[in-house]
Design a protein around this ligand. Structure first.
Ligand SMILES: [Zn+2]
Length: 379
């Protein structure tokens, strides 16, 4: 069962939730979220209740969920809540500040607030900063995937564009990689170079706006220098592969930035990349700026037909969440999304809410490619 919303909390009935890299990392024990917990960091749904101090959000509102931020620290005040100093406390601890948890299963406390929401459940309790209100007609099933890593990818390109950048390299036609391409196209970048070993993914990238696509075995810096003499000002690395990182750095012009979208510790630059003069390697898995502003921009682009997310997503019933996690782990589809069936769960009250709780592995490490420890259980 799920707690009542407290003063600054919002209760949301989920319509759909994207499945992201953060889920795989958390299941694998790579994030500091305590077991057992309910995963899911890319939810979208309808508000069912709000706490007494919540303003601007009401029952019935259509919302997309994103990681929480405190709203008062130095980073939040300067307009960069993505880098909130309280990020881990709000998104990775599994509890409120007083140590209480939102979920209970047979009397056993289950951690929540994963990425501010724990959206692998029919209902989520969120702090108000995790909730982005969108137009009532917004297609939530598709837009659900915007709250996490896709938002981060788009935000990096949006903020780079403030500096009037015109050329970009994106390595990996993953969901975030393709969103980086789509964002660059929407912003009018003239040169968008996409690198991926898979021909079908490269063709999809071309359809979404890439102006050049190359196989991962290609000498990327040579291609870049032939297309954009001097190199690009921004490269986005989404594969977690060191050779890819080296190529992304070597493709930069002086003063350029290589943004890493995989999580900290996932990839280590080579000495050559670290020694590249006047080029910056920046870990940006959370993105930058305000996730609210980024999501609002992307939702507007989607409504205007400029951001065809439908081409990236594959839907799964919530009951098949393990299949969705598996397809992401092996990069079989750019973006899996689980959908909640009103016919199955709609008549349940919160005491019977269903969620996918992840239990701590008992004896052996979890293999992220076979997350059998994730079972749909009643919580
Ligand atoms: Zn903050």
């Amino acid at each position: 069962m799920l707690d009542e919303p407290r003063a600054d909390e919002i209760l949301v009935r989920l319509i759909a939730s994207g499945v992201g890299w953060a889920d795989l990392e958390a299941i694998d024990g790579g994030l500091p979220v305590p077991f057992p917990f309910v995963g899911g960091g890319e939810g979208a749904g309808i508000v069912e209740g709000v706490g007494d101090s919540v303003t601007g959000i009401a029952a019935g509102d259509t919302v997309i969920l994103t990681p929480a931020f405190c709203g008062v620290c130095a980073r939040c005040r300067e307009g960069s809540p993505t880098h909130c100093l309280e990020h881990d406390a709000l998104n990775r601890c599994g509890t409120r500040a007083d140590g209480s948890v939102p979920f209970f299963g047979d009397g056993v406390p289950i951690h929540g607030f994963f990425q501010g929401q724990s959206s692998f459940a029919t209902h989520a309790l969120c702090r108000s900063t995790s909730v982005v209100k969108v137009p009532a007609e917004a297609p939530l099933e598709v837009l659900a995937c915007l709250g996490g890593e896709l938002c981060a990818a788009a935000s990096i390109v949006i903020h780079a564009a403030v500096k009037r950048l015109e050329a970009i390299v994106v390595s990996g036609a993953s969901g975030p990689g393709l969103v980086a391409v789509m964002t660059a196209r929407a912003l009018g970048f003239e040169t968008i170079i996409l690198v991926d070993p898979d021909q079908a993914r490269r063709e999809l990238a071309t359809e979404l706006g890439a102006t050049f696509t190359v196989h991962a075995d290609t000498d990327l810096p040579a291609v870049v220098m032939s297309v954009t003499p001097g190199g690009v000002d921004l490269s986005v690395e989404t594969t977690g592969d060191r050779a890819s990182l080296d190529a992304c750095v070597a493709s930069l012009a002086p003063g350029g930035i290589c943004a890493l979208l995989r999580s900290p510790g996932f990839i280590q630059p080579s000495d050559d990349a670290l020694a590249a003069e006047s080029r910056q390697i920046s870990e940006m898995s959370r993105g930058c700026g305000s996730p609210h502003e980024t999501i609002e921009t992307l939702v507007a682009w989607h409504a205007a037909g400029k951001f065809p997310l439908e081409k990236l997503v594959v839907f799964y019933p919530f009951e098949h969440i393990n299949d969705a996690l598996q397809t992401l782990a092996v990069d079989a589809v750019p973006k899996p999304i689980v959908r909640f069936s009103l016919g199955l769960f709609g008549d349940l009250d919160r005491a019977g809410a269903e969620g996918a709780a992840v239990d701590e592995p008992a004896d052996e490490p979890v293999d992220e490619t076979t997350p059998e420890n994730v079972d749909a259980v009643k919580v």
